[in-house]
Design a protein around this ligand. Structure first.
Ligand code: NDP
Ligand code: MG
Length: 431
């Protein structure tokens, strides 16, 4: 029987907001996990999983800007070895993760081209185990998880178990295994600080009251490039159009997920777990300018919003420096220039992915993993031109309806459901 599980986790999460000892630097707060002893000149030791991606690269921009506060210990990439080699040249991490030992020669050649000597090469680790090793290195205090997909799950659970502070950009971990991630955090004291702009906004607004006095949260959504199209027109949109997001520059999968609103559905799921709210207290509001990043409504009816220039470097920096704030790379918002903020209700008829996500968020089961797995495959199929835009929700619904959800699933059951959903979705496309 699942009763008020969100409350249980939510309470654990609310401890995050206890008054913090302030001794000047984030290194001294208890949430930096008190490893200050081994810290070089007060700089926080950080690993970045997925450093070659959109969030990963922006994280390194922030780290460069705050180089007196952070030093890079571990980095990982998968296919983009050239970018990874440049990052090694610049940040000199001790350990680097690549996908497979087969890439070693190519990667070493790139390091040589950069003029690195063998004694300057980082230790190389591989695949998922490699990412887990980078996330749990003893000297690492913070881990930025900027890998896309369920591949981040074991590294995140391991980092939390090891008591690390996890800056979490990756969505799939909380979407597919929120109960396991929150349990790991609660058990070990490893803390999660959200990176996604909406979750960061809620995280910031939440502090305006007591967690127990939060009535609901309102996640804002740009609505993506197709928000004004009718059902017929949606059938004919192209991948190139879907990748042209009006306000954010992001990786391909999340950009298409923003166009279908599945991304907002995933954020509903993440909010549920991270903030301990049942989904009937999580609303979505279309706000095309992406200036208000989300809103928390308290019992008295007051709504507290977080506003900022739509630039991921801002929530990335806040996740790294929480609870402190420093000068950033991002120009402050000029509301007089923005001029007008607009809002519209969400239309679940035209954007059924959001409804699918809400429906899958009622209990604790393998259903979100199935939806996520199917969605990832179908986004790829759409981008390759093999299916249309509206086929994405159609096939996800079909796969979800065939699935027999397992309640309170283990990690293995989640991974099995993910594999099944991918195969089933692919079969639905290829016949
Ligand atoms: P990208 O596709 O730009 O980057 C993904 C990163 O993960 C790359 O470094 C990539 O390596 C690596 N990677 C991909 N698959 C694997 C794998 N199976 N094993 C190991 N590494 C892998 O994605 P984003 O940066 O846009 O997004 C990252 C995560 O953050 C996603 O979960 C996304 O939903 C979330 N997010 C992103 C936002 C954004 O603004 N971009 C906003 C909020 C959340 P390589 O490139 O070398 O192949
Ligand atoms: Mg977001």
């Amino acid at each position: 029987m699942i009763v008020n599980r969100e409350d249980e986790y939510g309470y654990a999460f609310r401890e995050f907001f206890l008054p913090l000892p302030r001794k000047g630097s984030i290194m001294n707060d208890e949430y930096a996990h008190g490893h200050a002893d081994g810290v070089e000149a007060g700089r926080t030791a950080i690993s970045i999983l997925g450093s070659t991606g959109s969030i990963g690269r922006q994280t390194l921009e922030v780290v460069s800007f705050l180089s007196d506060r952070f030093r890079v210990i571990g980095l990982s990439g998968r296919s983009n070895l050239r970018v990874l080699a440049s990052q090694v040249e610049k940040y000199r991490p001790r350990v680097v993760g690549i996908e497979s030992p087969d890439q070693t020669d190519d990667f070493i050649r790139l390091l040589k081209e950069k003029g690195l000597n063998p004694d300057e090469y980082p230790e190389l680790v591989y695949g998922n185990e490699g990412m887990t090793a980078i996330a749990t290195l003893p000297e690492v205090e913070q881990v930025m998880v900027a890998v896309v997909g369920i591949a981040a799950l074991v590294p995140v659970l391991s980092a939390l178990e090891a008591g690390k502070r996890v800056a979490l950009a990756n969505k799939e971990c909380l979407v597919t295994a929120g109960h396991l991630v929150m349990e790991a955090s609660k058990r070990s004291g490893g803390r999660i600080v959200p990176v996604d702009s909406e979750l960061s906004a809620i995280f910031q607004c939440w502090r305006a009251g007591s967690g127990r006095q939060v009535k609901r949260v309102i996640l804002t959504a740009s609505g993506g490039p197709f928000f004004d199209l009718d059902k017929e027109a949606l059938k004919n949109v192209t991948p190139a159009e879907a990748l042209r997001h009006p306000t954010w520059r992001m990786g391909k999968r999340i950009t298409v997920d923003s166009a279908t609103l599945m991304n907002k559905g995933f954020e509903v799921m993440e909010t549920r777990w991270l903030f301990g709210l049942s989904v009937d207290r999580i609303d979505v509001l279309i706000h095309p300018e992406s200036v208000i990043h989300s809103i928390v409504e308290f019992e008295d009816g007051s709504q507290v919003a977080q506003l900022g220039t739509p630039d991921m470097r801002l929530p990335i920096q806040y996740a790294l420096t929480y609870p402190d704030r420093y000068k950033s790379l991002v120009d402050p918002l000029d509301l007089a220039l923005v001029g007008r903020l607009t809002f519209k209700p969400v239309d679940l008829e035209r954007f059924p992915c959001l409804r699918i996500a809400y429906d899958a968020s009622k209990g604790i089961s393998t259903l979100p993993a199935v939806i996520n797995g199917a969605d990832e495959v179908l986004v790829d199929e759409f981008l390759s031109g093999r299916i249309g835009f509206t086929d994405i929700p159609r096939i996800i619904s079909m796969v979800a309806a065939e699935h027999k959800p397992k309640e309170e699933p283990s990690l293995e059951e989640i991974l099995r459901a993910d594999t099944w959903a991918r195969e089933r979705a692919l079969r639905a496309v290829t016949g």
